[in-house]
Design a protein around this ligand. Structure first.
Ligand code: PHE
Length: 330
């Protein structure tokens, strides 16, 4: 076979090969080694130059060089193509307009929602918010509130003792005492917080719950003002057609005292939501307020009970189970 024929054969083999896998960079590189490598087919043809008659050698060299340059440039453009395809593929695989993955968002616990609503209502009519200790001494939780030593509320049955003279507060009324010890009247506060009672657990009572205490002390404070305020609260909380009743009651720290019930249309019965009354002068005496000048009213409402009525929840224990099926409804 003449050199010319051999060159023609290499050229067409190369073309067939490069066309059969134009986008595979590994195969292209194998091809480069096979044809253009140091021991490749072109190099082998150069090695046969010695056996070519001297007068044909210049022309043969020229043909071989042309072959080498052609193959090299065909290879270069094939590689360039592969690179471009690769880059295009990468940019195609990122779609910046794709919406993100939606993660489930938690909900606000119904107790927290109710607390926020209660706070908003009282803030809008001039009350400030205060907080106090959940662990307190017997003086602030009982004694200063005129709950004497023998009173049933101080029985071990109702109170969780942390240690001698340190109790988990049984109501937020302890903060009434702290507030009046620290500030001169007039004062107008609500006090949200957790309270603890060691009592029989049922659909409406749990060992832990939330209260919002209210305390208003000024020169002209009357029971009718207390009644009007709580009435207004109930209408904003439950709507204009709420069924509410005040019932005479007894608390050592208020005189007179009352309890407020809201009609529970789910259970067809009244549900007590708060205790209230006119601050007992004995309490004023304990904090050093002059009860001939200052008068006050106080109330303490149960937030779980209010949330049960508001959201038609049948059992107080739902609030503390953390069942996702319950929580997701709020
Ligand atoms: N502390 C009382 C209770 O927990 C409620 C209350 C507060 C009553 C303030 C009167 C005045 O039952």
């Amino acid at each position: 076979m003449s050199l010319k024929d051999k060159i023609g054969a290499v050229r067409s083999n190369f073309r067939t090969a490069i066309e059969s896998f134009p986008t595979d960079s590994i195969k292209l590189d194998e091809l480069r080694i096979r044809f253009l490598g140091r021991k490749g087919e072109i190099a082998q043809l150069f090695n046969t130059m010695g056996s070519i008659p001297a007068d044909e050698r210049a022309n043969a060299g020229k043909l071989l060089n042309e072959l080498k340059i052609d193959l090299q440039s065909a290879f270069d453009s094939a590689i360039k193509n592969v690179d471009q395809n690769q880059r295009k593929k990468e940019s195609d695989s990122v779609d910046y307009s794709l919406p993100g993955i939606e993660l489930p968002i938690g909900s606000i616990h119904p107790i927290e929602q109710t607390l926020t609503e209660v706070k908003d209502i009282f803030k809008s009519i001039g009350f400030s918010i205060a907080y106090g200790p959940e662990i307190d001494d017997e003086y602030h939780n009982f004694e200063a509130l005129n709950i004497p030593k023998h009173h049933p509320a101080r029985d071990m049955q109702d109170t969780f003792f942390v240690e001698d003279n340190a109790v988990l507060r049984t109501h937020t009324s302890n903060v009434q005492i702290h507030l009046m010890e620290n500030e001169e009247p007039p004062i107008r506060y609500i006090v949200p917080g957790r309270v603890y009672r060691n009592e029989a657990i049922s659909y409406k009572s749990f060992c832990l719950f939330h209260q919002v205490e209210g305390l208003y002390v000024d020169k002209n404070v009357s029971f009718s003002e207390l009644k009007g305020t709580l009435d207004y609260f109930a209408r904003r909380m439950f709507g204009e057609d709420v069924k509410i009743r005040f019932r005479p009651s007894y608390f050592p720290f208020t005189e007179p005292s009352a309890e407020v019930d809201i009609w529970n249309s789910e259970r067809n019965q009244w549900m007590e939501i708060l205790g209230c009354g006119i601050v007992n002068p004995k309490v004023f005496k304990n904090v050093g307020y002059d009860s001939t000048i200052w008068h006050g009213y106080a109330f303490g409402m149960g937030i779980e009970r209010i949330a049960m009525l508001k959201y038609k929840i049948q059992d107080i224990r739902h609030f503390y189970r953390n069942d996702i099926r319950f929580l997701e409804q709020f």
